[in-house]
Design a protein around this ligand. Sequence first.
Ligand code: JJW
Length: 474
Amino acid sequence: MTTVEKHFPSDFLWGTATSAYQIEGAVHEDGRGESIWDRFSHTPGKTKFGQTGDIACDHYHRYPEDLDLMRELGLASYRFSIAWPRIFPEGKGKINQAGLDFYKRIIEGLHQRQLTPMATLYHWDLPQALQDAGGWMNRDTALRFAEYAEAMYRQLGASVPFWITHNEPWVAAFVGHLQGRHAPGIKDLPSAVKASHHLLYSHGLATQLFRDHKVAGQIGITLNLTPAYPTHDTPEDHAAAWRNDGYGNRWFLDPIFRGSYPADIVEWFAQHHRLEMDYVQAGDLAVIQQPIDFLGINYYFPNRISAADESKFLALTNSPTIGETSFRGWEVVPAAFADLLKRVQRDYGDTPIYITENGSAFADLKRAKDGSVNDGDRLSYLHTHLEAVADAIDAGVPVKGYYAWSMLDNYEWAEGYDERFGIIEVDFATQKRTPKRSARWYQQIVANNGLPSLPSELEALAQRYRNCPIGPQE
Ligand code: JJW
């Protein structure tokens, strides 16, 4: 008998998450068009070892096995994304039926296995044809997105209860158009800010259409939220942390929940970067502020911010750390996750929250006798972050579900296949799937609808995770 230490609400939704380009492969099959990630990943020097999503996990062909694995783990839901260029190879026009049929098979397969689908409409794979017309820097792309969303509601609305318009628009806008580390690989602040506005505007348009058509399910947006803590307890570091929060978090939360861009960041962009948002038209913010049924939150790590580093803000990929770190140097701080969830409710209200991604990459060197990956670090990350979710729920935050990122080891964008986020191992030479120890642990959590006590040999590591402070250091 396992002792369960923390229970979750009885209707809590447990799942895993993936995205199309990271797992599907089959990039030339059934009429799929080119996406900006095909173009970017095939451009020399853009991704680690020049790796691409051409084959990835071959999920396009192996999906029955993958859905069976989810069933075996006892999961209740699956978050996947629809590849826009499979539906509209040129971004608009006539539906490519063969591409649509793939998602119909996925959804049908989920229902057969009693799994609830959660579909993301845009997980970064813009049709290249639309990029050629300016991509997200062109307002017209928002209108094309709305048409694509409307087509998906019409085709799939009856069988998909949860819809997400965008995944991590901060990453799409700023990593894609300012840092240039993601497709389309542009490095220009005004372009990034413009892209962020059109992404948000397209979210609003797609949400309006969802209401207009009285689609049966729920719709929301997924933001990557990165809490920002001052390094030192000085007014300068507090101000810098607040600005970092404005750039990463409030830039999206404020328009969605309050109908305005944060004035301090508008001013900061304008003063320091000669930016004029003259493309924001009357009525745009009202469109963006459509009520949503839920907010999706992706949480991985916090930022530690000092005023001295402020010139590096815009390029920031990793901030200094105090505690344990994962594969890419991201600090493991479950207390920051609980703090974030409470803050979102405090500042933005009682909209239901789904954790649409949370997880960690580790080197996965240790193996058990049966050959499965003995990932005590990932297991402890998942466990202590679920403790944080339970803590937030106890404090009254309406968290309704949790999706581990990721179901499978997959193509981690510019980082390629080295960075393994899966709870299921993928051997990319053979495409063999093997649940890691963390997957078996997650299976137990789901079966219990609660957290059993950790294996004693992981207590010390988990305790270091739990003890990592969030406040400023002296
Ligand atoms: C950098 C934060 C903002 C992917 C980052 C924040 C800087 C002011 C993993 N999520 O592969 C990277 N991932 O496709 C989507 N999520 O900088 C899915 N978020 O401060 C996964 C977040 C991320 C990041 C990376």
